[in-house]
Ligand binder design. Structure first.
Ligand code: SF4
Ligand code: SF4
Length: 287
């Protein structure tokens, strides 16, 4: 079972929720935690894994042999990302825009394009309190996060339980993270901004046909618009976390709340039970 924890906006407490979900499970089955927020991975601050291996991730980018090139311009037409420009007697490439799709080399009539690897980041693996932990680290100033996210997800073991901590937002990196999940938990807060970003995330999941539920963080601030929206959409509100000093203090110290209170551990175990029920009920209405 693959569960993704996502949020239409940053700062909602998504990683805290994902970490507490992981730590609330009694380790009867294999559990993986994949931090796919590769631009700013931070689950390791809470889980404190012992990293045992690190592998570089590259994408193939074009290398032009101008001795063979006739400057026909076909590669530039094919590239949807403006990563190649053909001049009268020179071909310019922009590797930082290249998605490594291979289209240009496939369509070059002169076979003048070979592919060379360009490193975009790392996948690190380790163990954290019995949890198999992985995260991606995108290189500084690198924009191409989806291939790195995909590399992290290639390690997902469907025989056990997998928690994916997705990047915030609703753009390509989030779609790449959520794709193939059995369920997506959307973390939001009861404010107009929270509602707006939740609506965007729900639209995304509808298109991807992935069942979802909502966790409302800082549930005692703001208004009732998020809950009203969830009711209208038939989107279950699975857990509410209040805003209080005790939780804020633990968060600031990087300490998971389920480690400090059996009550919260029970609440997160209840959340798991509701998610399993939804995932196993094939007749359930998608959002
Ligand atoms: S498609 Fe091939 S031959 Fe044509 S401009 Fe590009 S590299 Fe040169
Ligand atoms: S590999 Fe794809 S994205 Fe990269 S330059 Fe070629 S066509 Fe463009």
């Amino acid at each position: 079972m693959i569960i993704t924890v996502a949020s239409g906006k940053g700062g909602t407490g998504k990683t805290t929720v994902a970490v507490n979900m992981a730590l609330s499970l009694d380790q009867k089955e294999a559990l993986q935690f994949l931090d796919c927020d590769v631009e700013e991975p931070n689950a390791h601050f809470f889980l404190k894994p012992d990293i045992s291996s690190s592998e570089p991730v590259s994408i193939p980018v074009p290398n032009i042999d101008e001795a063979k090139c006739t400057f026909c311009g076909r590669c530039s037409e094919v590239c949807a990302f403006n990563a190649i420009a053909v001049l009268i007697d020179h071909v310019m490439t922009f590797p930082e825009l290249c998605h490594g799709c291979g289209g240009c080399s496939y369509f070059c009539p002169e076979k003048a394009i070979s592919e060379v690897p360009r490193e975009i980041g790392l996948v690190e693996k380790g163990k954290a309190k019995g949890i198999n932990f992985l995260h991606g680290r995108l290189n500084p100033r690198e924009a191409m996060s989806p291939p790195l996210i995909k590399s992290v997800k290639d390690h997902a073991d469907r025989d056990g339980t997998v928690i994916i901590d997705a990047p915030p937002g609703t753009s390509c990196p989030v779609v790449t993270s959520v794709k193939g999940s059995d369920f997506c938990l959307l973390v939001t807060e009861p404010t107009p901004f929270g509602l707006n970003d939740l609506q965007l995330a729900v639209q995304m999941l509808k298109k991807m046909d992935i069942p979802a539920g909502v966790l409302i963080n800082r549930s005692d601030i703001g208004d009732s618009q998020v809950e009203d929206y969830c009711q209208r959409e038939g989107l279950p509100t699975l857990l509410k976390l209040p805003w209080n000093k005790e939780l804020a203090r633990l968060y600031a110290r990087g300490e998971p709340i389920v480690r400090h209170s059996d009550g919260w551990k029970n609440s997160f175990q209840g959340l798991w039970a509701k998610i399993r029920e939804i995932v196993e009920d094939k007749s359930i209405k998608r959002v």
